[in-house]
Ligand binder design. Structure first.
Ligand SMILES: NC(=O)c1ccc[n+]([C@@H]2O[C@H](COP(=O)([O-])OP(=O)(O)OC[C@H]3O[C@@H](n4cnc5c(N)ncnc54)[C@H](O)[C@@H]3O)[C@@H](O)[C@H]2O)c1
Ligand SMILES: [Zn+2]
Length: 369
């Protein structure tokens, strides 16, 4: 049984399907949802390919795919760059030079594969259809849904990209069983983010033990959490698909200082770890501005700790300058004015502009010194 959430975007609507053990049915699922291609370009990395490519290949062959090209990119965030993007576009052109034989692009992996591959699919021939097949918790609950595709460039996260929705998302939660524990914990950072600013019930359910069930990969808990997170994300994306109304900014909770840290630490921290620290920093800002109370910040920190996520990155004062520089390039900032997504109480948030820089810098130092 697959759990289904529909992302309702008119002509660009698509289903997000998740379940345990559904990867062997990928081909059949594509056909059920009207994707009649016979060529596929499967983008993944060597780790994920070794584990799951043969299953994907078999399921595609079973439904009549004739040509399935495997293309691997580096297995780290450092590989989410313009050169690898360009190589991926070159591979698409090399393997599928004929406009009449355009492939279905299948993105098998975590957020790096999904973001970079989605961007390549968005611009190749001004857009070819793609599907997301997330294999990390983070990709399942967040990056595979919503159509933001991008690569890092010039020292800025996700600065070159596009909005391009997948045709379908199929997540086999059984693939998470091979995920390194650190990556699973990293994914819980985004889950906690949804609870903290989008859904107070989710926050208290996590506190009441759902978090541990998720970390233990109890199948029912996995499906429950992924379905709820996707529903929350879909609701935000449906109201602000192109990030024009400020509604989608909620998903950036923890990502302002978090992204600056992720880049400055040169990827010593995973995305989720940097975001966990970013959420702690944003909550300290909210506390100092009188927007949330100490109970909320204590509850958030306790939950992050239980997830095995860091609350700070101590002993790295040298990161202050690069972080401050990276922060200036944040995509939300306009005309030098900073913008922060700050929590008020579980499930609610506010966007605050022009926070005094002295306070921002003090809080930044507090998480790296
Ligand atoms: N587009 C969006 O809306 C959005 C939202 C959130 C995050 N992101 C992006 O997502 C990226 C982070 O994604 P991520 O956390 O999935 O990291 P990732 O894609 O780097 O994957 C993490 C690691 O797990 C390995 N892996 C993946 N699946 C596996 C499996 N099933 N078994 C064993 N190993 C496996 C990968 O090889 C990789 O080394 C960041 O670049 C972030 O900016 C994008
Ligand atoms: Zn994120």
């Amino acid at each position: 049984m697959l759990s289904r959430v529909d992302v309702d975007l008119g002509a660009r609507s698509y289903p997000v399907l998740s379940g345990t053990g559904c990867l062997p049915q990928l081909g059949a699922t594509l056909r059920t949802h009207g994707l009649a291609h016979t060529n596929a370009f499967v983008l993944t990395n060597s780790v994920v390919a070794a584990l799951y490519f043969s299953v994907v290949e078999r399921s595609l062959a079973e439904v009549g795919f004739e040509r399935v090209v495997l293309h691997e990119i580096p297995a780290t965030e450092e590989g989410k760059n313009w050169d690898v993007f360009s190589e991926t576009c070159a591979a698409l052109l090399h393997h599928f030079p004929d406009a009449g034989a355009s492939p279905l692009v299948i993105l098998l992996g975590g957020g790096v594969v999904g973001d970079l591959g989605g961007f390549a699919a968005a611009v190749y021939r001004r857009g070819v259809p793609f599907v997301q097949v997330p294999t990390t918790l983070l990709a399942a609950v967040d990056s595979s849904v919503g159509g933001k595709v991008a690569v890092n460039f010039g020292g800025v996260k996700n600065i070159m990209g596009a909005f391009s929705q997948p045709r379908l998302v199929l997540c086999d939660l059984a693939t998470l069983s091979t995920l390194p524990a650190r990556e699973l914990r990293s994914g819980t950072a985004e889950v906690i983010k949804y609870g903290a600013v989008c859904c107070g019930t989710m926050f208290s359910d996590l506190e009441a033990g759902l978090l541990e069930k998720l970390l233990a990969q109890e199948p029912a808990a996995l499906v429950d959490v992924v379905t709820r997170c996707v529903r929350l994300k879909a609701a935000v994306v449906e109201r602000d698909e192109f990030d024009k109304l400020g509604i989608r900014n909620v998903l950036n909770f923890g990502h302002t200082i978090g992204h600056a840290l992720e880049l400055s630490a040169e990827y010593a921290l995973t995305h989720g770890e940097a975001i966990a620290i970013g959420m702690v920093a944003a909550t300290r800002l909210a506390l100092r501005l009188g927007l949330c109370d100490v109970t909320f910040s204590a509850r958030l920190e306790a939950l992050l700790k239980r997830a095995g996520l860091p609350l700070s990155y101590p002993g790295h004062p040298e990161l202050f300058e690069p972080m401050a520089r990276a922060l200036q390039l944040d995509k939300k900032f306009q005309r030098g004015k900073n913008v922060f997504v700050l929590p008020l109480a579980p499930g609610s948030w506010r966007q605050v502009e022009d926070v005094p820089w002295t306070l921002v810098h003090e809080i930044m130092r507090s998480v790296i010194e």
